[in-house]
Design a protein around this ligand. Structure first.
Ligand code: SF4
Ligand code: SF4
Length: 382
């Protein structure tokens, strides 16, 4: 334990030396961010956004595990003809039905009626898009369990191989467009669908138990899907956030909304000592040290850059320019605690509204589930 602490202290001292050298090179007076050592806050500081993010990610993973286990027990109850434990269907499972959410959103935008089936899938989609609209792609790095898994695999890969591997730029750019192609494909399927067709699909036996069909997909995973999952898992050890960066259509959609986010990472070039630590820390490989504002759709508001900056009031995640810049109105950026609070308010507010208004649970008569779930394996697409 003591040797580990000594090692951390030595690393911090080396980092402090590097920061001093960068400040000398830049010929700017460095005012250090209060409370930092080696440019970083201790993990247990309430100001440390990374800690808040890891707490939010862990809580969301636990909630999702709870949802999946409860849903499985609920499905088994009907599959066994009522001879197993019964638990209420967790409506949160609908967060895993993005296509139904998209269809319902289209239905809502055309009819201004909340859809009767799987309304929670639409409301959760809207909540995640609202997060994008306000806080860049914070959903991806603060809440999404797939993002958390991807990040964990990347961290494990770095431990094993001592570094991350990045495809060269000529390959990275076309690979990044894959997620937009996938998004375009889903939008192409859903957007032209007439309202009657959406209703017909969601009211069909398949649509009514789309959540059970999704569970079946994972339970009876096909060879091609299994091989894809294995390749992605192994690939994520080498390439940081492989799925999120190149393939996730959900992230691509939130990214498009994030272009309108008032909150952005903003850099004050007057106090920046050009140490490059922010760009090195960015998992999305954004050259933060060369930008004044990070506008790109790739920013996930993970705050890694902000947390690695040694200079006071230099890198902030804010809706305003940092102090010292022309047109600046405020210097304070959002803290990790504030981001966690806003995300909780958006999600909690959406779920609270849906529950109060009676849109949270898809309520079907018991006989529907008793009849449909046991034969779910046989039900095909309408
Ligand atoms: S720019 Fe900063 S907040 Fe955005 S992804 Fe990179 S490290 Fe995270
Ligand atoms: S903004 Fe980036 S380059 Fe500038 S001082 Fe902070 S970490 Fe260093």
């Amino acid at each position: 334990m003591n040797s580990h602490l000594k090692q951390i202290n030595a690393q911090n001292n080396d980092a402090d030396d590097d920061i001093d050298k960068a400040a000398t090179r830049s010929r700017k007076k460095l005012i250090r961010r209060p409370g930092t050592k080696g440019g970083k806050l201790p993990w247990n500081s309430l100001q440390n956004a990374k800690t808040w993010r890891h707490v939010a990610q862990s809580v969301f993973v636990v909630i999702n595990i709870y949802i999946c286990v409860t849903f499985y027990i609920w499905v088994r109850f009907y599959e066994t003809g009522g001879n197993s434990l019964y638990l209420e269907r967790p409506a949160g499972i609908e967060g895993w039905l993005p296509i139904a959410g998209l269809m319902n959103l289209k239905y809502f935008l055309e009819t201004w009626n909340i859809p009767p089936i799987h309304a929670a899938s639409m409301l959760l989609l809207v909540a995640f898009l609202a997060m994008g609209l306000l806080l860049k792609k914070a959903f991806c790095s603060w809440l999404c369990p797939v993002g958390t898994l991807s990040e964990a695999l990347g961290a494990l890969g770095k431990k094993l191989f001592g570094r991350h591997f990045s495809p060269p730029r000529w390959l990275d750019i076309p690979l990044r467009s894959l997620k937009y192609l996938l998004l375009a494909f889903f939008l192409y399927l859903v957007v032209p669908m007439p309202v009657q067709a959406i209703q017909g699909f969601l009211m069909s036996p398949y649509g009514l138990i789309a959540d059970v069909k999704m569970l079946n997909f994972f339970r009876n995973i096909g060879q091609v899907t299994l091989i894809s999952v294995i390749v992605l898992t192994i690939g994520s050890l080498f390439v940081q956030n492989l799925w999120c960066r190149y393939l996730c259509p959900y992230g691509a959609l939130i990214g498009l909304f994030s272009l309108f986010s008032p909150f952005k990472v903003r850099r004050n070039p007057d106090s920046c000592i050009d140490c490059g630590k922010c760009a090195k820390a960015c998992p999305s490989r954004i050259p933060v040290d060369r930008l004044i504002q990070v506008r790109t759709v790739e920013c996930t508001a993970c705050m890694s850059c902000v947390e690695s900056c040694p200079a006071k009031d230099t890198l902030v995640f804010s809706a305003f320019r940092p102090k010292g810049q022309p047109g600046a109105t405020r210097s304070a950026g959002l803290s990790g605690m504030a981001i966690a609070l806003i995300l909780t308010l958006i999600l909690g507010g959406t779920i609270g509204y849906a529950k109060l208004a009676g849109h949270w649970d898809t309520k079907l008569p018991e006989q529907f589930y008793q009849r449909l779930i046991p034969q779910s394996q046989m039900l095909g697409h309408p």
